[in-house]
Design a protein around this ligand. Structure first.
Ligand code: AMP
Length: 610
């Protein structure tokens, strides 16, 4: 080939970067950006910290810790304490109540992001500033260039993504409080994004921006069906969201097929902007309606995703952490399509991305981007349960910089953000798997203290204990009490639900008797009422199914203990696990069930009530 021809061919294929052959020039720039930032990881971290300290040094928080005018890492480490949400609560409440002075940040706090973690039963409120949106957008802009390295031709079709916003509230001081994705989808960055052939969604923006989840899902599913042969990837943020979409199709395919046949949109979708957007793509199509009816009427839904959307190359969905429980179900519905976990982020800060997005879910490692915030690591001893700083005894923790992370070790992530969080413990336990250039890569191990999670709910041991105690009070009139209990997040149902196993003791003699089924049902609801607001909200939004109590026969927990001891647990230290995920133990428990009971109603939830 003549040099000019070779150059033209190379240009057509895209530039060669250290990460691979870029799909286009814009991708090449993004990939080079990743290379540059990860090569200069520690210098970039020093720069980010200095920038944050220079910006926020005059704010009350850093001044209080003697940091005004100081931007060096050593002073920061020596003076600024490592904190949790509880420690920052007074500052956060002042901002929420309308104090506009520079409390933690010199830039105005523009809104609160409602984290899915809770504190005292309420969602945590994360203050954020305007320019964080740019940083989040920047991280999003790196995802497709990396994906294009592994999956060619994604510009030749569309993505079917089920994306949703939630309703928002205002704090007493008038700032919006909403989830980070609601904030992002409502921003100009998303609403007015320029056309990008690699990022064309089947879902109309109007459907994504509707807070009515039925109308939103209906329109997104309908548009996804209409574009079924163009769809190259199917996704949602978390695995649980994608499974809800499949469940929705199971429940509503007849109505959807009817709309496709007649070219009319169901009257249940009332939002004018959605109706207008759907009208642009909806026309009578008997062939497609027949296809949907035939496929959806089949007894088996195995592989339904690839049957309905035959050109799908991968699922774009997070299946790490608590979402790993959905992998088998997703495999079943997708006929084993790859599952790409592309990024790791939180309301507090977006952290990084997966540079090998097509790897097996068990091998996913996230590379932290050093320009997103300043990151430190709190060493975590898996055997000790809690990170060292979580215990009252022992010396104060020594935090490790990311550049000094040791492969194989576990750490809790501690962040310092442009919005003013300083040395804030995120609560995620990560394990170092290696480095990309100088940037450490992490496997998401687990969220600290989370026992049960179905969607974005996070229920800890103390909450479960309190809920069980509240429900147990309803058994007292029967002379019955709970001897032992444990729980399981049952991901086999869609939506998933909490299962709580109870072993009971009923007082012998006068007045003691086994309560009837209706009492256990009330116990289920009582437990749900006692759980945190995120759980109750998701229950009301059908993202979590009714809580179930399974009463097991006397002696079951002793058998569970025998089993644990036979596998090496110490008799002295044995405690009944408050949550089980190990197959043989679940089987054992299930084989001893005397009765099953479900919550008969949704627990109360209002955005304004605890
Ligand atoms: P939120 O506080 O609602 O913004 O949720 C953020 C939390 O979700 C993180 O701190 C993690 O615990 C979890 N999370 C986010 N991304 C991932 C991921 N890729 N894999 C596992 N867990 C994640």
């Amino acid at each position: 080939m003549a040099p000019t021809e070779a150059a033209a061919a190379a240009a057509a294929k895209g530039r060669v970067t250290a990460l691979g052959v870029a799909a286009c020039e814009r991708d090449a720039e993004k990939l080079e950006f990743i290379e540059e930032k990860t090569k200069n990881f520690d210098a970039e971290q020093a720069r980010v910290l200095a920038e944050i300290l220079a910006r926020n040094g005059g704010a009350e928080y850093l001044r209080r810790h003697g940091m005004e005018g100081r931007t060096d890492r050593a002073a920061f480490k020596a003076r600024v304490p490592v904190v949790t949400y509880e420690d920052l609560r007074p500052e956060i409440e002042r901002i929420a109540n309308g104090d506009r002075s520079s409390i933690i940040s010199s830039h105005p706090i523009t809104e609160f992001l409602t984290s899915s973690g809770t504190s005292a039963g309420e969602r945590k409120l994360m203050p954020t500033i305007e320019d964080e949106l740019n940083r989040r957008q920047m991280l999003y802009s790196l995802l497709m260039p990396v994906m294009n390295l592994y999956v060619p031709g994604l510009d030749k079709g569309k993505g079917l993504y089920f994306l949703f916003i939630k309703s928002e509230t205002k704090t007493p001081g008038g700032l919006p409080a909403r989830p980070v994705l609601t904030s992002y989808y409502k921003s100009d960055h998303f609403k007015h994004r320029p056309y990008d052939p690699y990022n064309v969604y089947t879902s109309p923006t109007a459907a994504i921006l509707c807070t009515d989840s039925f109308q939103s899902m209906y329109a997104q599913m309908l548009c996804g069906l209409l574009a079924r042969t163009e769809v190259l990837r199917v996704g949602a943020v978390f695995a649980s969201g994608l499974l809800r979409a499949i469940r929705f199709l199971q429940l509503h395919w007849k109505e959807l097929a009817h709309d496709i046949r007649t070219g009319t949109l169901s009257a249940r979708v009332t939002e004018p902007s959605i109706r207008a957007a759907v009208a642009e793509v909806l026309a009578p199509d008997g062939g497609l309606a027949d296809f949907v009816e035939v496929e959806c009427a089949k007894d088996s839904w195995e592989g339904v995703i690839t049957r309905v959307w035959p050109n799908t190359k991968y699922l774009d969905v997070i299946v790490t952490g608590a979402m790993a429980q959905y992998i088998p179900t997703l495999r079943y519905y997708s006929g084993g399509l790859p599952m790409a976990c592309t990024m790791y982020a939180s309301s507090e800060c977006y952290f990084g991305l997966n540079l090998r997005p097509m790897c097996d879910p068990s091998e996913v490692s996230y590379t932290i981007m050093p320009n997103m915030g300043y990151f430190e690591l709190l060493p975590h001893d898996p055997a000790a349960g809690e990170p060292a700083a979580g215990r009252d005894d022992g010396p104060p923790p020594r935090l490790v910089d990311l550049a000094d992370a040791e492969v194989g070790k576990e750490y809790e992530l501690v962040i310092t953000t442009y919005a003013g969080l300083c040395r804030y413990r995120v609560g995620d336990i990560l394990q170092v798997t290696g480095f990309h250039n100088a940037a450490p890569q992490f496997r998401f191990v687990r969220r600290k203290n989370v026992l049960l999670s179905i969607d974005s709910d996070k229920t800890d041991e103390a909450e479960l204990q309190a809920a069980v105690e509240r429900a147990a009070a309803l058994l007292a009139p029967y002379g019955a009490g709970i001897v032992e209990y444990t729980s399981q997040a049952d991901a086999a149902t869609i939506p998933g639900h909490y299962v709580v196993y109870w072993e009971l003791m009923v007082r012998e003699g006068a007045g003691g008797r086994m309560p009837e089924a209706a009492v256990f049902e009330r116990c289920c609801l009582e437990m749900e009422e006692a759980l945190n607001s995120v759980y109750r909200q998701l229950r009301n939004g059908d993202a979590i199914g009714p809580l179930e109590i399974r009463v097991v026969r006397g002696g079951t927990f002793e058998e569970v203990m025998d089993y644990a001891i036979s596998r090496g647990a110490s008799i002295n230290q044995y405690k009944a696990p408050r949550c089980v995920s190990f197959g043989p133990i679940i089987e054992l428990l299930n084989s001893r069930v005397l009765s099953k009971h479900f919550s008969p109603a949704c627990p109360k939830f209002s955005p304004h009530r605890k």
